[in-house]
Design a protein around this ligand. Structure first.
Ligand SMILES: C[S@@+](CC[C@H](N)C(=O)[O-])C[C@H]1O[C@@H](n2cnc3c(N)ncnc32)[C@H](O)[C@@H]1O
Length: 271
């Protein structure tokens, strides 16, 4: 599962802190999943009382991920993906979306949460022609991530970097921007970035997020649209640029979906 010896399950269980709410588990709760604890459901419900739109945001963010990975596989022709901040497995994970179109696609998942690692076997159900790998690593060590991803991905070929709802966990927008730059520096021209993040357009969203950040959970910082657009500096944005995720190449089926403005996303190519 990693280059190192796999962490024994008992060690993982002891690392799971069920006394404070946790990002991946609350996100899983809002997405309708079952991999969460009472403390996460309580925090998720408290958040919804201030800003009910968060459930739509979580779901719209996943649908953006699906459409962008489909675009990268089908239209950009990518066959390799690096998904950092994977989260808990849901119905449609990056490898399933990509391998439905290209069974030979290779995917590396990265997260630093012990519960995500415990569920990683569900992320490792590759087609026989392709490959999936899970790496336990920290976003704040981009070179280490690239070094380990090279065990599964051929970094002499383009890669699709997926950063979906993770950069808000980095304290400042500037630091987050540096991380994106360092990750993209390790990838060839012709590689792509698919990124989506929460933005501070709605006062109730900002208030709910502030209360969440004071709950003991690892904070998540909403950014401005300008900051999220800045993450793509030096890259060529594909149409329609950085927009609310519901407006990024929507499908007919998505008509009627709430036009959530609180999550901005885009896809760009490294020239
Ligand atoms: C809000 S969830 C998003 C999950 C998924 N990408 C999605 O879009 O549904 C954020 C994920 O980032 C992970 N994460 C947070 N900080 C991290 C870090 N410093 N290094 C690696 N993963 C991190 C969390 O464990 C969690 O799984």
């Amino acid at each position: 599962m990693t280059d190192d010896a796999p962490t024994p399950r008992s060690d993982l269980v002891s690392k799971i802190d069920t006394s404070v709410p946790h990002s991946a588990r609350i996100w899983n709760y809002w997405l309708g999943g079952k991999d969460n604890y009472e403390v996460d459901r309580a925090a998720g419900d408290a958040y919804c009382r201030v800003f009910p739109g968060i459930v739509d945001i979580a779901r719209a963010s996943r649908r953006f991920l699906t459409r962008s990975v489909r675009f990268l596989t089908e239209e950009a022709g990518l066959r390799q993906f690096l998904d950092v901040g994977t989260g808990l497995p849901t119905a449609d994970n990056t490898h399933q979306i990509a391998q439905r179109i290209a069974p030979d696609a290779r995917i590396v998942y990265v997260d630093n949460d012990p519960l995500v690692l415990m569920h990683a076997h569900a992320l490792l159900t590759s087609t026989p022609q392709g490959a999936t790998e899970y790496i336990e690593a920290d976003l704040r060590e981009p070179e280490a991530i690239l070094g380990r991803a090279a065990g599964t991905l051929d970094l002499k070929e383009p890669v699709g970097l997926i950063l979906s709802g993770i950069l808000g966990h980095v304290p400042t927008g500037e630091e987050a921007r540096t991380i994106v730059r360092r990750l993209m520096e390790g990838l060839l021209p012709g590689s792509y970035l698919s990124l989506n993040e929460g933005i501070d357009t709605d006062g109730e969203y900002v208030r709910a997020q502030r209360a969440y950040n004071e709950s003991g959970a690892i904070p998540y910082h909403l950014r401005t649209l300008t900051e999220v657009t800045g993450y793509f500096e030096g890259l060529e944005l594909v149409d329609p640029g950085v927009v609310p995720v519901t407006r990024w190449r929507p499908e007919i089926a998505a008509v009627g979906e709430s036009q959530s403005l609180g999550q901005a996303g885009g896809v760009a190519r490294k020239p």
